[in-house]
Design a binder for this molecule. Structure first.
Ligand SMILES: [Zn+2]
Length: 184
């Protein structure tokens, strides 16, 4: 069991001057295991993100909530910029909380920092909030369980995104690129 007691027990050895035993305990109970290679943070291509979201029915696999495609939220922002603000770096004061609560994102079950890959088997859909909490932890460490995708036809409002793009005059480059990808 790795917890405060582990460190407390190691400290007791250190107080007794028993460095060897402290070290032995540390190495058996809670060894430091840096990943062998510098983690590679390749961005996941847009088509692969869409494939993943569709596999998971746009469900956050961590909290079980319906998530929304980023393009739809960005399109709402493009049409209601002051009331539904969005900052490209997600600055807290300039971004509507719906982005954090509902945007679908790709997350690595086994974190990249700990050797996880971009293989689809290691990827799950997560809302931004869960994604930002999970960061470099494993499910076991957070005591989280993986939710199954919802058993409905939730599409993350992708259909609505296509409709908005067809009916509005949004010219934003990244939104048009999402549109062209999804239209296929
Ligand atoms: Zn979530």
């Amino acid at each position: 069991m790795k917890d405060a007691n582990t460190i407390s027990s190691i400290c007791k050895d250190l107080i007794l001057g028993d460095i060897a035993n402290a070290k032995k305990q540390l190495l058996t109970e809670w060894p430091f295991e840096p990943s062998l290679n510098e983690p590679k943070r390749d961005t996941i291509p847009q088509w692969q993100q869409v494939e993943l979201f569709l596999r998971d029915n746009f469900t956050c696999r961590y909290c079980g909530k319906h998530t929304i495609f980023i393009g739809t939220l960005r399109a709402v922002n493009a049409l209601l910029p002051n009331d539904f603000p969005y900052h490209p770096h997600w600055k807290w004061n300039d971004t509507h909380p719906a982005f954090w609560e509902l945007t679908a994102s790709c997350d690595h079950l086994k974190p990249v920092a700990r050797g996880g890959t971009n293989n689809i088997d290691n990827l799950v859909t997560a809302c931004y909030k869960c994604n930002s909490i999970k960061t470099n932890w494993t499910l076991e460490e957070l005591r989280w369980e993986l939710h199954e995708p919802t058993n409905d036809s939730w599409d993350g409002l992708v259909g609505i995104f296509l409709q908005i793009m067809e009916q509005s005059k949004i010219q934003e480059k990244s939104l048009k690129s999402w549109y062209n990808l999804l239209k296929k």
